[in-house]
Design a protein around this ligand. Structure first.
Ligand code: GDP
Length: 444
């Protein structure tokens, strides 16, 4: 997961404070030293670390913090607020033009994930804004870039405008924009050329494309795994191109987090999205406050709720709630729920977002792998329609038949039915406002 290293080191710094009943200025100084080292080790820009530590220290040594009943918690809160501030306070939405098309120009060095992000962004816009984008393939230097974009376009069912590699990119953009006007596309996303490093020829080309296309948004794609270098790249591009935002890719592989923490402070430009995987849906809006919570191991309840909402349709949820209240929740509903949980991503990742579970070893014992879910589904599929609707029918001989049909051992079938009955009972109680007995929730 992203930021593990930083997260662990900060937790250690706080553990030192938490152990003390009374916190002195010396304790704060010691904790700040550790926080400073943790940030530098995470490859956060030096100037950013300096300002960060100074601000936190000033706020933390105040009498109202040190003399309070919970000084350690208050200091954690100060660090949390400062992390949020450093990353830009609130999420900044994409610019949208009042008339069509909204033009988004993508820039970045080779390998940063630019072409992939063009695809992810189209999917994001289609899912969230019913967009009909046109992609323009203007990366004529990287040999496979155009083919890669066309493959992505095909996969997402999005048109890609290209003129091969022998035409000037500015001309490609000109004709692509004309095509978008004809087809009334509401978004145009331009995939520009990358280079191995910033050079003048690249910047001139990007300048020319910018002058022609008047983009509403110039998104710079940078690879978060390159840490400090990503921050420098962002600074370089911004000085020349006056970007409007940053997409930070490969956060899924970034244990340090230096780029996420530095880019906003160094460039003044917001990180708008983060890429967290190679698949087309692995693009998330960047929320500084949630990211800060995650770095501090407080979990990320809001992201969890968002994910749940994306996978839950309101009407279905309402129906489910009614069934639970009437105690008529059956195995068919259980199957639906399993599907929804599977769609939300790996269970371990979801659990990490819950405060208190993020760094709790007990969470490691709560497992529901896709394989487990598959087994549960196999068991339900082996039930007759009547059994699914009326679990009371499930006597021992029926259970043996189900075990044979699903290829799972009888004790496992028994356990699952028991869990189902417990969950059903618990959900029914909860729906009546009784929140006791939640310990049975994970089937223990
Ligand atoms: P470009 O040269 O900037 O156009 O880079 P590409 O879009 O071709 O991406 C380079 C590599 O990074 C590809 O293998 C992508 O699958 C991978 N990649 C892009 N974004 C992410 C991400 O958010 N997470 C991970 N793990 N890989 C990514």
């Amino acid at each position: 997961m992203a930021f593990e290293g930083l997260s662990e080191r900060l937790q250690k710094a706080f553990a030192g404070l938490r152990r003390k009943g009374k916190v002195t200025e010396d304790d704060v100084r010691e904790a700040m030293r550790e926080i400073r080292l943790a940030l530098l080790e995470a490859d956060v820009n030096f100037g950013v670390v300096k300002d960060f530590v100074k601000d936190v220290r000033e706020k933390a040594v105040g009498a109202e913090v040190l003399d309070s009943l919970t000084p350690a918690q208050q200091i954690i809160k100060i660090v949390n607020d400062e992390l949020t501030k450093t990353m830009g306070e609130t999420a900044v939405p994409l610019n949208k033009s009042p008339h069509i098309p909204t033009v988004i120009m993508m820039a970045g060095l080779q390998g940063a994930g630019k072409t992939t992000t063009v695809g992810k962004l189209s999917k994001y816009l289609m899912d969230n804004d019913h967009a009909r984008p046109l992609l323009i393939a203007a990366d004529v230097y990287r040999p496979a870039a155009i083919e890669q974009l066309k493959t992505i376009g095909n996969q997402l069912n999005v048109p890609v405008f290209d003129m091969g590699t022998d035409v000037d990119p500015v001309e490609i953009v000109r004709q692509g924009m004309a095509q978008a006007a004809l087809q009334k596309n509401d978004y145009v996303i331009i995939d520009t050329a990358g280079r191995l490093q910033i050079d003048d020829a690249l910047m001139t080309e990007l300048d020319n494309i910018k002058a022609l296309a008047h983009p509403d948004e110039i998104l710079l794609v940078v690879d978060s795994m390159t840490g400090q270098a990503a921050t420098d790249v962002a600074k370089g591009f911004n000085e020349r191109l006056d970007i409007t935002g940053v997409v930070l890719t490969k956060l899924d592989g970034d244990t340090r987090g230096g780029a996420a923490l530095s880019i906003r402070a160094v460039t003044g430009k917001p990180i708008k999205f983060v890429g967290q995987g190679e698949k087309m849906d692995a693009l998330d809006v960047f929320y500084p406050d949630r990211m800060a919570n995650r770095i501090l191991g407080m979990g990320d309840m809001l992201t969890l709720i968002d994910k749940a909402q994306q996978n839950y349709d309101e009407k279905q949820a309402q129906e489910m709630a009614e069934k639970i209240q009437q105690n008529s929740f059956d195995f068919n509903d259980f199957l639906d729920q399993m599907d929804q949980i599977s769609n939300m991503g790996p269970m371990e990742d979801l659990l990490k977002m819950i405060p208190g579970l993020a760094n709790n070893p007990a969470a490691a014992n709560i497992q529901m792998s896709p394989k487990d879910i598959g087994h549960m589904k196999a068991i339900v599929y082996s039930m007759t329609p009547a059994e699914r609707v009326n679990p009371d029918l499930l006597n021992p001989s029926r259970r043996r038949r189900i075990a044979a049909g699903s290829g799972r051992p009888v004790p496992e079938v028994n356990r699952m039915i028991k869990q189902f009955n417990q969950s059903k009972k618990m959900m029914n109680q909860m729906s009546k406002g009784n929140f006791g007995g939640m310990e049975g929730m994970f089937g223990n």
